[in-house]
Design a protein around this ligand. Structure first.
Ligand code: 1GP
Length: 242
C-alpha cells in the first residue's frame, strides 16, 4: 500500500520526493527520458495530472508504468483524469476554496467508479496558497487562494481537514508559482496537524527544497522546474532525501 510506504518513510524520518508529470507536457520520447531519470534519481512517487487533458491519460499512465516501478498516483486536475491504470489517486478536496464541486460534488460523481477500480484512495485536503501570480489551479478551480501571509487561516484550514478525516494535507502554491509556500506557513501547519504534509508549487532549487523539508514538509512535489531543466532531477531528489 502506498499509504503504508508513506507512513513508514515518515516514521523513519525519510522525506519523499514526488515528481509531477503532466502528460500534456510530454512526447513519448520525453516521457521515456523522465521515467529513466526518475529511476536513476530514486524518485519516491510519481503524480500524474494537469489542468487540461490533451493526451490520453490511460495510455500515458500505461507508458509510465511500463518504464518504472515507482508508484504512480493520479493527481487529477478534473474528472476526466481518472484512470484505473494508476496505483492510486490523491482524492483532493479543495478545502481552501468554496467551490462545492471541488469540495464534494466531483467526488460524488466519481465515487462508484473509483470504488470499482483497484485504485488506492489517498484522501487529501488540498489547500491553495497565494504564490505571486494567478496559477492554472486558481483560474480553473474558480477559487481564491489563501493569502501567503495568512498563516492562521492556513493552519485552521489544515486542522479542519484533519478533523474531517482527511489523511493528508497538501499546501499548494500552484504549478509554476513565483513563490513557493513560505517556510513559516509550512512550519506552523506541520506543528498543528498529525497527518503527512505535502508541499508543492514553485520549487526550483536544491535550497528551496532543503528549506521546505527542514520546515516540516514530508513530501515535496516538483513539476515545472523539471519540465524546464530535467537535468536537475537527481540534485532536487537528493536535497529532499538528505
Ligand atoms: C503543482 O505542486 C505542483 O500542482 C508542482 O508545482 O509545477 O511549480 O513544481 P510546480
Amino acid at each position: 500500500m502506498i499509504s503504508d510506504f508513506i507512513s513508514t518513510s515518515i516514521t523513519n524520518k525519510k522525506r519523499l520526493f514526488a515528481l509531477l508529470i503532466d502528460p500534456d507536457k510530454h512526447t513519448s520520447e520525453s516521457l521515456f527520458d523522465i521515467c529513466k531519470n526518475a529511476n536513476d534519481a530514486r524518485v519516491d512517487l510519481i503524480f500524474v495530472g494537469g489542468s487540461l487533458l490533451n493526451n490520453n491519460i490511460d495510455s500515458s499512465i500505461e507508458f509510465i508504468k511500463s518504464h518504472t516501478k515507482i508508484p504512480a498516483l493520479l493527481f487529477p486536475g478534473n474528472l476526466l483524469q481518472i484512470s484505473d491504470k494508476a496505483d492510486g489517486i490523491l482524492l483532493l478536496s479543495l478545502i481552501s476554496g468554496r467551490n462545492p464541486d471541488l469540495l464534494i460534488g466531483n467526488h460524488v460523481i466519481a465515487s462508484s467508479h473509483i470504488k470499482r477500480s483497484n485504485l488506492e484512495v489517498l484522501p487529501t485536503g488540498y489547500i491553495l496558497i497565494e504564490g505571486g501570480k494567478t496559477t492554472s489551479v486558481e483560474y480553473m478551480s474558480n477559487t481564491k487562494p489563501i493569502p501567503a501571509d495568512k498563516t492562521d487561516i492556513a493552519i485552521a484550514t489544515a486542522i479542519a481537514g484533519e478533523m474531517l478525516g482527511l489523511k493528508y494535507i497538501y499546501l499548494e502554491a500552484g504549478s509554476g508559482a513565483n513563490n513557493s509556500v513560505n517556510l513559516e506557513m509550512i512550519e506552523n501547519v506541520k506543528k498543528n496537524i498529525n497527518i503527512p504534509l505535502m508541499v508543492g508549487g514553485g520549487f526550483r532549487t536544491e535550497d528551496d527544497i532543503k528549506k521546505a523539508v527542514t520546515a516540516g514538509a514530508d513530501i515535496i512535489v516538483v513539476g515545472t522546474a523539471l519540465e524546464q531543466k530535467p537535468q536537475l532531477l537527481p540534485f532536487l531528489v537528493k536535497a529532499c532525501h538528505n
